[in-house]
Design a binder for this molecule. Structure first.
Ligand SMILES: [Zn+2]
Length: 133
């Protein structure tokens, strides 16, 4: 008996949406300040953008002083920037970097989200990685 081939033209689009949703729910679950505070101490220095904090960069390879790293809890859904090593991004990027993953490598973000359970494994077949953002 022959198997019928089912075409799925909407697949690509659906994957992109799923990745975006996964990124948003990861960011909802991971507060940027809580995340970085696990590695370094931050103190509140301003109340703009839902509060601004500064502290030492959480990366050991970064020779930073104790106010090089800035955290804005609500700007763009939470962001941090280190003026010493220039690492920057939202809680997803920092989370990946802290686990020694490269958020700029194609497919790496969706792979990471999949490992963390934010993205259904079945959404992606082999070689079908979405390097969206
Ligand atoms: Zn740094």
């Amino acid at each position: 008996m022959r198997m019928k081939l089912i075409k799925r033209p909407e697949r690509q689009k659906r994957c992109g949406t799923a990745v975006k949703e996964a990124i948003e729910s990861f960011k909802d679950d991971h507060d940027i300040l809580d995340l970085l505070s696990e590695h370094s101490d931050f103190k509140r220095v301003a109340s703009t953008h839902g509060g601004e904090w500064e502290g030492m960069c959480p990366f050991e390879d970064c020779i930073s002083d104790d106010n090089a790293c800035r955290v804005w809890r609500e700007r763009d859904g939470g962001a941090a920037w280190c003026r010493q090593c220039k690492r920057r991004g939202d809680s997803l990027r920092w989370s990946m970097m802290l686990e020694d993953r490269d958020p700029d490598e194609p497919g790496e973000t969706s792979k990471y989200l999949r490992e963390k359970g934010y993205l259904a494994k079945s959404l992606f077949a082999k070689g079908d990685d979405d390097d969206d953002e």
